[in-house]
Write a protein of this length. Structure first.
Length: 190
């Protein structure tokens, strides 16, 4: 007797399981969901799930003009940050083109916004790698594909660390000195 029906059933169950794992918690802001998850981005996230880069994608934890950060779960059960750049944002092209021009790593600037956004995600990934290699306190970059960047999750139990502006500083001047030193190291070493 052939194992073909059992194999087909197993594959179907695996596919269903992968799709179930891609639970995107639809919050109150449906427009944000639509702005982030177009067909191309959904395909990219499914590739990350299918290839074992992610086990699960959960809800948004931070939101900005150019991207959304989602909590992801890696294959070991640990938290990862999943940064997804908005592909429908015209603001993105206007604001970021100036940073890519002149960078020797990005000689051919694409005319379509999606390719530009993909390049920007790659550039951020490479910059995080350089900063990490230089010993700077940045999230560890894990993987980048198209407009989706996986990196170390900074926070605890799925709750992201607060922004610096949200943290009461006891000695603001000492923090200022540390930040200036980090920027200097970023410039000199990375």
């Amino acid at each position: 007797m052939s194992d073909k029906p059992e194999e087909n059933l197993r594959r179907r169950e695996e596919r269903y399981d992968r799709e179930r794992r891609m639970r995107v918690q639809v919050g109150e802001d449906k427009e944000t969901l639509e702005e982030v998850f177009d067909g191309r981005t959904l395909t990219t996230v499914m590739h990350l799930l299918n290839r074992g880069r992610l086990r699960e994608l959960q809800g948004a934890v931070k939101s900005g003009k150019e991207s959304r950060i989602y909590r992801g779960i890696d294959m070991k059960g640990g938290d990862v940050a999943v940064k997804i750049y908005l592909t429908s944002s015209a603001i993105f092209r206007q604001g970021r083109l100036k940073y890519i021009r002149g960078d020797p790593r990005f000689k051919d600037i694409p005319h379509d916004t999606r390719s530009l956004i993909d390049q920007w995600a790659s550039k951020e990934f490479k910059n995080l790698q350089l900063a990490k290699e230089a010993g700077l306190a940045v999230p560890t970059p894990i993987y980048v594909e198209k407009n989706v960047l996986l990196m170390e999750f900074i926070g605890k139990n799925g709750v992201p660390a607060p922004y610096l502006r949200e943290v009461p500083l006891q000695a603001a001047s000492s923090w200022y000195d540390k930040i200036v030193e980090m920027v200097k190291d970023l410039y000199d070493k990375a």
